[in-house]
Design a binder for this molecule. Structure first.
Ligand SMILES: CC(C)(COP(=O)(O)OP(=O)(O)OC[C@H]1O[C@@H](n2cnc3c(N)ncnc32)[C@H](O)[C@@H]1OP(=O)(O)O)[C@@H](O)C(=O)NCCC(=O)NCCS
Length: 187
């Protein structure tokens, strides 16, 4: 058995001073508020967003649909689940078909800080502002709930995500290492 250590950053943002208006989305896109009947869709989008990515190795549940469903179910059953900071992104195709393409979810931690659980955008919809919009919408949801601080954790190798968080105003506050068994094929 081999063990790989993945470097992870905790990144935090002050919610008191920031203003987090979501930018206008590109044509065809919309954000969809949380409702319990969207649980499986959140899980599907999570799976499609993470299955080819580094975090599917760091957290193997992100690499399969049933793991994503279980994870999303756990998140939304928590007493401290934050529906105001949990959103889907959807794209309306010219033929009217709706495709869900982004997800973000959040909970309140014991210190009353907002904790982003997972943000994912499916590969075909990246690089056009959907991740930014989801994150800003979640931060606005935290503010609506009266929270003063928020954080997330990110794998250091995930440079696209780290850059997105820095651009929005998150700053690194802690480095940790997550041990994962038998992940050696990736690194
Ligand atoms: C990280 C992730 C959520 C970012 O989503 P995204 O929708 O691509 O994010 P955005 O489009 O808002 O931003 C990405 C880039 O596109 C740029 N961009 C935003 N709007 C744009 C537009 N209209 N036209 C061109 N570029 C644009 C941004 O400036 C940004 O550039 P940067 O990388 O130089 O900062 C996505 O890559 C992902 O799902 N990754 C896999 C899952 C994952 O690792 N999640 C994070 C776990 S911690």
């Amino acid at each position: 058995m081999s063990v790989t250590y993945f470097k992870r950053f905790r990144m935090e943002i002050d919610l008191v001073r920031g203003r987090f208006a979501a930018p206008e989305l590109p044509a065809g896109y919309a954000l969809v508020a949380w409702s319990p009947d969207l649980l499986a869709i959140h899980a599907e989008v999570k799976h499609a967003s993470f299955r080819e990515e580094i975090d599917a190795h760091v957290f193997p549940c992100l690499g399969n649909f049933s793991g994503c469903l279980r994870l999303m179910d756990e998140i939304c059953r928590k007493a401290r689940f934050l529906p105001d900071a949990t959103w889907l992104a959807a794209f309306r195709h010219p033929n009217g078909e709706r495709e869900y393409c982004g997800t973000i979810s959040a909970v309140l931690d014991p210190a009353n800080h907002g904790a982003i659980q997972n943000i994912g955008v499916t590969p075909a919809h990246r690089g056009c502002g959907i991740g930014t919009a989801l994150l800003l919408k979640a931060l606005a949801g935290f503010q609506l709930s009266g929270l003063r601080r928020a954080y997330l954790e990110v794998t250091a190798q995930n440079v696209d995500a780290v850059r997105l968080y820095q651009r929005i105003g998150f700053r690194r506050t802690r480095t940790s290492y997550k041990a994962v068994e038998n992940a050696a094929s990736l690194v």
